[in-house]
Design a protein around this ligand. Structure first.
Ligand code: SAM
Length: 244
């Protein structure tokens, strides 16, 4: 079988796939993750789901070159609609916004029957994903934050369990941890500090612009953003001082 190089982000996702699992990668684009899981002998079977024709054709071509017909299925469709219940042990959804990931999971709830692990990598909107997991009985079991080509990514891994567990006995309220990530908060990595520092910078710039505005609604927005910046700065201060 041919070798395959994929991004550090996708390799990290692959590391969370248990050996021998049947893995569905939803929104697979060129099916790079699915191919890697086969080439490395991690997955016993992969399903690559794609909504759009271009990436679907690219995924089919990619899987065809691997000559693994009996261990892969490339399917065109919306989200989890491409799956039959009980077909996958692991579902990966990566490289989309958190809200889109949530809507895919929500629309495909019956298809999650039998799925043991979710590996989710929202590009933005991680809080929405953590909140959905918490409300749907999925327990976060791991989180990773990584930087590649100047972009910071978060990967969330969840299994069926007691979803409140990762938020219990922590030195921050659940609402804060839904935003930050309970495991990421425990780890307090430099990348997490970088993420929240750049969030603070972003909001500071918005504040400066709003402070120059004479629109009547600006005052209320300024007050909201000032509260946000205060919250972020307090998070940053803890990340700097409370290293484990
Ligand atoms: N998962 C890959 C990764 O992380 O590198 C590809 C990410 S790419 C930015 C997002 C892919 O998801 C696109 O190929 C897009 O066509 C596909 N997509 C978007 N919405 C989808 C949906 N509802 N169902 C299936 N695929 C979808």
């Amino acid at each position: 079988m041919t070798s395959l190089t994929i991004s550090k982000r996708l390799q990290t996702i692959a590391r969370y796939c248990p050996e021998g699992a049947r893995v569905a990668d939803i929104g697979s684009d060129h099916a790079l993750l699915a191919s890697y899981l086969l080439v490395k002998g991690i997955a016993s079977f992969v399903i690559a789901g794609e909504l759009n024709e271009g990436p679907f054709q690219a995924a089919k071509k990619q899987i065809h070159t691997l000559q693994v017909k009996d261990r892969a299925s490339v399917r065109k469709g919306n989200g989890l609609a491409v799956l039959e219940p009980g077909e996958a042990d692991v579902v990966c959804i990566a490289g989309m916004g958190g809200q889109l990931i949530v809507s895919i999971l929500e629309a495909g709830l019956p298809k999650l029957e039998g799925v043991q692990r979710l590996i989710l990598q929202p590009n933005v909107g991680e809080e929405a994903v953590r909140r959905w997991l918490l409300n749907q009985g999925w327990q976060l079991v791991a989180e990773t934050i990584l930087k590649e080509d100047g972009i910071i990514y978060e990967i969330l891994v969840a299994e069926r369990g007691v979803p409140t567990v990762p938020y219990e006995n922590k030195d921050r309220p659940q609402e804060d941890l839904l935003r930050i990530g309970p495991f990421l908060w425990e780890e307090k990595s430099e990348i997490l500090l970088e993420k929240w520092s750049s969030e603070a910078e972003k909001w500071q710039k918005v504040l400066l612009q709003l402070q120059r505005s004479d629109k009547p609604e600006a005052a209320q927005r300024i007050a909201e953003i000032e509260r946000e910046v205060k919250w972020i700065n307090e998070v940053i201060a803890c990340l700097r001082t409370d290293k484990p």
